[in-house]
Design a protein around this ligand. Structure first.
Ligand code: NAP
Length: 243
């Protein structure tokens, strides 16, 4: 069974792609800029005994998302499991936020999710089987000062996930979202130490999460054990939100 992970070259996407490979799925690795990292990852996945390929595409652009699916289908077959993971931040206080910062985040995080899911859903419906797994964020549930663009994109992903779940539940397709909390990747590396310390104080588990923590939740939603679960949001956040 083929899984496609968007933004798989680094961070959480990388861990997801590896975990899926370890669990016997073939994995299409999408990247935008980090080609070298994607190639290394692809070799690591192949070494697990499953098929893997790298596919460059900026999924925030509709035509590129469309090309991505055509290329994946031609070389690896139809996608059964789609993980919409690609994402960026462009933090700023609302008053200072430039329309370009707003647009870039909505395009990369939310629009990419729509473009890729729309590409994937036809084959899934035909097969009467599919798994859509969208990587949202706890701030899509709670909001966050300085992240109005990012929070709106993640809240949008949650609404989108629930709508897709309702539309396709009868065709054997589940759609679920995962809301990571504070996970150790380059996205969070850039935060100032005092901000990190402040976030850490709000995490009951007392530690920052690992990309692998998110990846294990994806494996659950990808498999048959979650067949009767759809339209849900699972926070992987050490107890940060509990809502
Ligand atoms: P990261 O380390 O910055 O990695 C981002 C990945 O997304 C990279 O592989 C990058 O690819 C890819 N990407 C970005 N824009 C893309 C585009 N337009 N087309 C294709 N690929 C694109 O971030 P991360 O922390 O792993 O985040 C992964 C996801 O988890 C994101 O959706 C993020 O919002 C979400 N999340 C993260 C945290 C956290 O604490 N880290 C918390 C909640 C949610 P290239 O390098 O190849 O360009």
């Amino acid at each position: 069974m083929l899984a496609l992970v968007t933004g798989a070259s680094r961070g959480i996407g990388r861990a997801i792609a590896l975990a899926l490979g370890r669990n016997g799925y073939d994995v299409a690795v999408n990247y935008n800029h980090s080609e070298a990292e994607a190639v290394v990852l692809c070799d690591e996945i192949r070494a697990l005994g499953v098929k893997s390929g790298t596919f460059q595409a900026d999924v925030s652009v509709q035509e590129e998302a469309s090309r991505l699916f055509a290329e994946v289908k031609a070389s690896m077959g139809a996608v059964s499991i789609l993980v919409n993971n690609a994402g960026i931040t462009r933090d700023n206080l609302l008053m200072r936020m430039k329309p370009e910062e707003w647009q870039a985040v909505i395009n990369a995080n939310l629009n990419s999710c729509f473009y890729c899911t729309r590409e994937a859903i036809r084959d899934m419906a035909k097969a009467r089987y599919g798994r859509i797994i969208n990587i949202a964020s706890v701030v899509g549930l709670t909001g966050n000062a300085g992240q109005s663009n990012y929070s709106a994109s993640k809240a949008g992903i949650i609404g989108f996930t629930k709508s897709a779940a309702r539309e396709y539940a009868s065709r054997g397709i589940t759609a679920n979202a995962i809301a990571p909390g504070f996970i150790d990747t380059s996205m969070t590396e850039v935060l100032k130490p005092e901000i990190k310390a402040d976030i850490l104080r709000g995490i009951p588990a007392g530690t920052i999460g690992k990309p692998e923590d998110v990846a294990e939740a994806v494996v659950f939603f990808a498999g048959d054990k979650s067949r009767y679960i759809t339209g849900q949001v699972l926070a992987v956040d050490g107890g940060m939100t509990m809502c």
